[in-house]
Design a protein around this ligand. Structure first.
Ligand SMILES: [Zn+2]
Length: 196
């Protein structure tokens, strides 16, 4: 999809979106698929000859913003700064800008240092909102294996949240003592059942 560009703003940050209605479903048989520009929101159809998209089942919870805290670095043409992430999902994050501040609409290269001693996750992102020193960005495009690593991290945060919720429930029931270690599992394999 690297050669596909938005007909409105001619940027390459386009994502395939779900087909809506009978006509789009029919067009899919002829390799015509709907896309949406992640920058300007323009929705358009494009022919992808010979490409059959599989319906990918996604876990919607991976798109909820989850509280976190890790350092990151961002850069644009004339901008370079550091920040601290406050929340993250597979679709974006909010961070506190520490040195300089980007503005709404800036496309940034962001390096998410989700764990110590590992290569940061590199992602291109667009600034969606700025409130005081808090910057909200939407992820546009990951580099290399970054998406997989961020997904592992988000799944770990989900498992930890589920474990914490379970622990709070047990606390109410007065049964927290024997289960106190549950929230401390760092491998993402929560022994408690995950409620959906
Ligand atoms: Zn566009």
């Amino acid at each position: 999809m690297a050669d596909l560009r938005c007909p409105n703003c001619s940027k390459e940050y386009v994502a395939r979106v779900a087909r809506v209605g009978f006509i789009e479903g029919l067009l899919g048989l002829f390799y015509v698929y709907p896309f949406k520009c992640q920058l300007c929101g323009c929705r358009f159809s494009a022919v992808q000859w010979g490409v059959r998209y599989l319906r990918v089942e996604e876990d919607r919870r991976e798109y909820e913003r989850l509280p976190t805290g890790f350092p990151l670095a961002f850069s644009a043409e004339a901008l370079r700064g550091d920040g601290m992430a406050c929340d993250v999902s597979m679709s974006g994050c909010t961070f506190r800008a520490e040195t300089c501040q980007p503005k709404v609409g800036d496309v940034l290269g962001v390096r998410l240092q989700i764990a110590k001693d590992v290569e940061p996750v590199a992602v291109e992102a667009v600034v969606r909102n700025v409130r005081q020193d808090h910057v909200g960005v939407e992820f546009l495009r990951f580099q290399q294996a970054g998406k997989d690593r961020l997904q592992q991290f988000v799944r770990f945060l989900l498992a930890r949240r589920a474990a914490q919720a379970q622990r709070a429930e047990n606390h109410v029931a007065g049964a927290d003592i024997q289960h106190d270690h549950w929230g401390e599992r760092a491998d993402g394999k929560s022994p408690v059942s995950v409620k959906s």
